[in-house]
Write a protein that binds this ligand. Structure first.
Ligand SMILES: Cc1cc2nc3c(=O)[nH]c(=O)nc-3n(C[C@H](O)[C@H](O)[C@H](O)COP(=O)(O)OP(=O)(O)OC[C@H]3O[C@@H](n4cnc5c(N)ncnc54)[C@H](O)[C@@H]3O)c2cc1C
Length: 341
């Protein structure tokens, strides 16, 4: 569906993108990457989003799982996962939220217990986007007692075909089931499923979220709507020109902010508050776009394609400020980052 953007999932498309060398572009060649610059990657991502391409099958791997493995993964994990991610062959979903744990991530209850030959998982994750279509989950589990709220958490790369994993779809208000509830009923994992250091899950997730929150997907997922409006809008109307001009102005500022963070991430930094700022301003911008279209068209658009895009984006828009962390949580991170809390 055009307008669904990075929620859209199409394996064949991702395989074709991988064959072009456009997944994991900045990664070392030894792991299937192309050693291109963060700026080149940014340009490719923007073009994909501008066209409304269905990037969901490779988006998470390219955006956060791959970079995280490059930072903290073992040599064997890098060799096993990165080339397949770069080819678009496998998808990884994100297992953070739980039924009682969304914003307050540090209170994760799902557990991973050491066994004689690995780990045993038990618990439940919720709202896991594309779990039903992914081969792996990168999940956050409790491996120790909370000693100072952020301790005792670890990350695992979980093969979702293992016995004891159950995935059930949850329908959203658009009628589709993009996300899921995933239960782990004594799922046995090999020792090398642990990603990074035992107990360092919190710090690793913060780094991962900085990748997740600051990219062009936080201000361009509704771009096809703006672009179509510009195509069909009445150019002789002062009001319409002003509305489109203001939206493009916002977009340019967001782009500059996102680009500066891409540079810092590439240098190995974790610009947490800056990423939260891009997400907060970006999703506010995206959520305003349906209003811009309605105001510019004085109500319902007469162009069929614009009307269909408006419908899709209107139904998806409420999720923009929830997925990846809510608005209040972003504002909290920003306030703390600038010393107000
Ligand atoms: C489309 C979509 C896709 C998603 N995909 C994934 C995914 O792939 N993987 C995953 O792990 N999760 C995913 N999520 C879950 C998402 O990250 C959570 O919904 C989000 O973090 C909020 O958590 P919650 O739903 O438990 O709400 P709660 O944390 O219960 O929050 C409820 C309300 O209270 C507010 N609130 C909470 N704490 C505070 C505070 N300290 N200060 C002020 N206000 C506060 C929140 O802002 C919110 O308005 C997805 C969500 C959506 C909508």
């Amino acid at each position: 569906v055009k307008g669904e953007s990075w929620v859209g999932f199409d394996r064949d498309f991702s395989l074709a993108v991988g064959a072009q060398g456009w997944i994991g572009m900045t990664w070392p060649k030894a792991y299937g990457g192309r050693e291109r610059s963060a700026l080149e990657r940014h340009v490719v991502l923007e073009e994909m989003l501008a066209a409304g391409a269905p990037v969901g099958a490779h988006w998470t791997g390219d955006r956060q799982t791959g970079p995280l493995l490059l930072r903290v993964g073992t040599e064997a994990q890098k060799q096993l996962f990165l080339p397949r991610l770069a080819r678009g062959e496998i998808s990884v979903c994100i297992g953070l939220s739980e039924p009682d744990t969304g914003s307050d991530l540090a209170s994760v209850r799902s557990r991973a217990q050491r066994t004689s030959d690995g780990w045993r998982l038990s618990g439940r994750k919720i709202w896991t986007t594309n779990a039903h279509r992914s081969e792996y989950m990168l999940g956050l589990f409790r491996t120790g007692e909370p000693d100072g709220r952020h301790a005792g958490l670890s990350q695992f790369l979980i093969d979702l075909s293992l016995p004891g994993v159950e995935i059930r779809g949850i329908r959203d208000l658009s009628g589709q089931a993009h996300f899921n509830e995933v239960t782990f009923d004594d799922v046995d994992l090999p020792p090398d499923a642990l990603v990074g250091h035992e107990g360092a899950g919190w710090q690793q997730v913060m780094a991962e979220l900085a990748f997740e929150r600051s990219g062009p997907d936080r201000y361009m997922s509704a771009f096809p709507l703006l672009s179509k409006l510009a195509d069909v809008a009445r150019r002789d109307c002062e009001m319409t020109r002003r509305l489109i001009g203001e939206a493009v102005g916002d977009l340019i500022v967001l782009r500059e902010m996102s680009l500066s963070i891409a540079g810092r991430l590439a240098r190995g930094e974790t610009p947490e508050k800056e990423a939260a700022l891009v997400k907060e301003l970006g999703v506010g911008f995206e959520q305003r776009l349906p209003e811009v279209v309605r105001a510019a068209c004085a109500g319902a658009p007469t162009d069929n394609e614009l009307a269909a895009l408006l419908k899709t984006v209107t139904l998806l828009a409420p999720t923009f400020s929830l997925r990846g962390g809510t608005r209040e949580v972003m504002l909290g991170i920003i306030a703390k980052g600038v010393g107000l809390r």
